[in-house]
Design a protein around this ligand. Structure first.
Ligand code: ADP
Length: 302
């Protein structure tokens, strides 16, 4: 069984002709609400793939929180591990998009910031019911590190999506079975510039030397690379008409976990993840574009 420990957000998107100046009030064109947060995105993507998946996180005592719970449930995600925090808002991204597609984004972590060690300690026996864990970096880093270390001690499988990227303490790396950066994130983690294949390999080797089991480098339309101590393999991407890559990375991670849960070969898991990521780019939005199992199967057989 798969467990996601991470962020739950709601994106509030206002479409405007142009951005207001300080002190100015403008009439916008449209308003939309989208469920988001990397944690919830990964849980929903796994749910769409018919996996047994649970989400552990926090929401505020507001309407947004209730909507995100309903959304998790509608996508087959067990959300009994999502707690309501009184007195703070749910995680929110306030987004303005202008006529040329530029955006202004304000992120309020809200209840996500209240994901502390205590939540984990209180639920630890419950967490042990799961086998594969998906982490990202939108809840406090201290909680991510603490939880991964405890789960690793219990022999659990840990997948870390290091996004949004930040420098991680060295103690984190030995806890990570699968690290899934894109090139930008890899450069930040390895603290080096990446301008060539050689740089990329050097960065991956540095992370492996720190204790990571396997690096799965996400490479957009080129698919992904598997890099471990025994070598490096390119798993090509699927040719699709990409219209919006939002949520592709989250879909990749979910796809990988779902395939891993079924057992089999590492390359097949990455191939499956590539298919899920590719399909997620074929329509607008993050969660709205995430594919179901049938869609993924038909792309894999094509
Ligand atoms: P992130 O969103 O984290 O930057 P990527 O853009 O590399 O990550 O996308 C994650 C995965 O989604 C890729 O590894 C690949 O499998 C798939 N993907 C992304 N963009 C495309 C695309 N244009 N065509 C096919 N597959 C894609």
């Amino acid at each position: 069984k798969i467990c996601v420990i991470g962020s739950i957000n709601t994106d509030l998107v206002a479409l405007v002709e142009r951005f207001p100046k300080p002190g100015e009030t403008l009439t916008g064109k449209e308003f939309h609400t989208f469920p988001g947060g990397k944690g919830a995105n990964q849980a929903v993507a796994a749910g769409r793939l018919q996996a047994a998946v649970a989400m552990f996180g926090k929401i505020g005592a507001d309407l947004y929180g209730q909507q995100t719970l309903a959304n998790l449930a509608a996508n087959g995600v067990d959300h009994r591990g999502v707690a309501v925090v009184p007195g703070v808002s749910s995680g929110i991204a306030v987004i303005e998009v202008d006529g040329s597609g530029e955006n202004h984004i304000v992120i309020i972590p809200g209840a996500n910031a209240a994901m502390d060690r205590r939540v984990i300690d209180e639920r630890f026996a419950w967490l042990l019911e799961y086998d594969i864990f998906l982490f990202q970096l939108e809840i406090p880093l201290d909680t991510v590190c603490y939880t991964m270390a405890k789960l690793k001690e219990c022999g659990k499988t840990i997948i870390l999506d290091p996004a949004p990227a930040q420098i991680l303490p060295d103690a984190v790396y030995p806890c990570v079975d699968f690290l899934t950066p894109n090139e930008t994130e890899m450069a930040i983690l390895a603290q080096q510039e990446i301008d060539s294949e050689d740089d990329l390999n050097a960065a991956a080797q540095r992370l492996l030397a720190k204790g990571v089991g396997t690096v799965l480098l996400k490479a957009g339309k080129d698919g992904a690379y598997i890099i471990d101590r025994s070598g490096r393999w390119h798993m090509p991407g699927f040719a699709v008409q990409a219209v919006d890559t939002t949520g592709a990375g989250d879909s990749f991670n979910a796809g990988f976990a779902v395939s891993l849960a079924h057992g089999g070969d590492l390359r097949d898991h990455v191939r499956f993840a590539n298919a899920v990521g590719a399909l997620a780019t074929t329509s607008q939005g993050a969660q709205s574009a995430m594919p179901g199992l049938e869609e993924v199967r038909s792309l894999l057989e094509r």
